[in-house]
Design a protein around this ligand. Structure first.
Ligand code: ADP
Ligand code: MG
Length: 397
């Protein structure tokens, strides 16, 4: 396909009214099926409008359950109301996956109260002092949102959380209140109990969406994102059903719909069809798999290749033991020393966490319990990605 053709088709296409509405960072004015969470978080923060410090909140939930969207939505409305009533409230939003050092976090907090801090060159403790000074000058209540907070803590420990949770003790003219957000439902297990109790004065859990709820969410956003009558009937239900299988991830559902629309546009189609959705699914899956596989250590790739080979050969899902023998055979073929069973078992768990495979513990009667493993992505995608790696060429056969 000529590039110029694509450009022209996109220009002429009458599919997207506004594609940006489907982007992950767009906050819509309506968040269906989160009314309860919006009301609850709003209720927790409301006292700030009458000058008292809101409780700290901890929000848990799987990815794509609307935690970031709801938090930004509620705090945005809160600031609007505060302005109307002349209440001094500020909000600092920090995503610690992006700002992944204590220094960067403190720098952003300082900037949120109007204090400029250089990228490097001063000690973190000094950045903290400047932040405090800036906040005291403002005399405001600052709502600090620490999103994807597990990234920071796993890398750098929880010192900064401890420090922030004690900050009110040294403030006299201002206050801070914290909202911690994590996709990692087991995060609280790694937190120091003192920090846990102070950060989680109130805890909220966001449940995953089901397929019907995802349909509502998509329909609402599609109204503004697409021109009328550009989506075939099955399109939204299919995007919703596919995302519901991925633990009800709204981001996934929106990505599918957006990419399906883009594919239709590039083809010069008049409508988005379910074929476009299936193609979008493949494309997104391939992006995800190739990103993971590209950065995976060599033995991780060998383990993935072993699982692929076994799945192609056998009807029943392989056990960890079978994967290990297959892996050893591959190592021999590649003239590489193999890692221990223990290491391979760890790698299998990592592949599970990354979503490339699904591992399940099953009972084998008097033989005890064992783990069986299935690919969680289409085998053809694994093939396509592995074939791009010239060291692995031929290893799948
Ligand atoms: P999380 O922070 O829990 O991972 P997000 O809040 O980022 O999830 O939501 C993922 C995507 O789905 C975002 O684009 C968000 O706008 C959208 N989204 C989530 N819940 C809803 C909802 N109830 N209505 C409309 N869009 C939603
Ligand atoms: Mg989020």
């Amino acid at each position: 396909m000529e590039l110029e053709d694509i450009f022209l088709r996109v220009i002429k296409s009458g599919i997207f009214r506004n594609r940006d509405i489907l982007k992950p960072d767009y906050i819509p004015d309506k968040l269906p099926h989160r009314e309860r969470e919006i009301r609850k978080l709003g209720g927790i923060l409301a006292p700030v409008l009458k000058g008292s410090r809101p409780s700290n909140v901890f929000i848990y939930g799987l990815t794509g359950t609307g935690k970031t969207a709801v938090t930004k939505y509620v705090t945005r409305k809160l600031v609007e109301t505060a302005k109307k009533f002349n209440v001094n409230v500020k909000v600092a939003y920090v995503n610690t996956r992006q700002s992944d050092t204590p220094y960067r976090v403190l720098m952003e907090l300082a900037e949120s109260v109007g204090v400029k801090v250089p990228f490097t060159g001063i000690p973190a403790a000094e950045v903290y002092r400047r932040f405090i000074r800036g906040l005291e000058n403002l005399g405001a209540t600052l709502i600090v949102i620490l999103d994807e907070i597990d990234y920071l803590v796993k890398k750098h420990g929880d010192d900064i959380l401890y420090r922030l949770s004690r900050t009110n003790e040294i403030l006299s003219n201002s206050e801070i209140s914290m909202i911690g957000i994590t996709n990692d439902v087991r995060f609280s297990e790694i937190l120091d109990p003192r920090i846990k109790s102070s950060l989680g004065e109130v805890e909220m859990v966001f449940p995953p969406y089901d397929a019907v709820q995802l349909e509502d969410i998509l329909s609402e956003r599609a109204k503004k994102a697409f021109y009328e009558d550009t989506l075939d009937d099955g399109v939204i239900p299919l995007c919703a059903a596919l995302a519901a299988k991925e633990h009800g991830d709204a981001r996934k559902a929106l990505d599918l719909l957006r990419v399906a629309g883009e594919l239709a546009e590039q083809e010069g189609a008049r409508k988005v069809t379910i074929d476009h959705v299936w193609k979008a699914r493949d494309e997104l899956e391939k992006d995800k798999v190739s990103e993971i596989v590209r950065t995976m250590p060599f033995h991780g790739k060998l383990v993935l290749a072993s699982i692929y080979r076994l799945q192609m050969r056998k009807t029943s899902p392989p056990t960890t033991g079978e994967i290990y023998s297959e892996y050893r055979a591959l190592c021999e073929r590649m003239d590489t020393a193999s890692l221990t069973y223990r290491r391979i078992s760890d790698i299998i768990n990592e592949l599970d966490t990354l979503g490339l495979i699904e591992a399940q513990i099953v009972s084998r009667g008097r033989y005890g319990r064992t783990k069986i493993v299935k690919l969680n992505v289409q085998p053809k995608i694994i093939e396509e990605v592995m074939l791009e790696d010239r060291y692995l060429e031929g290893i799948l056969q």
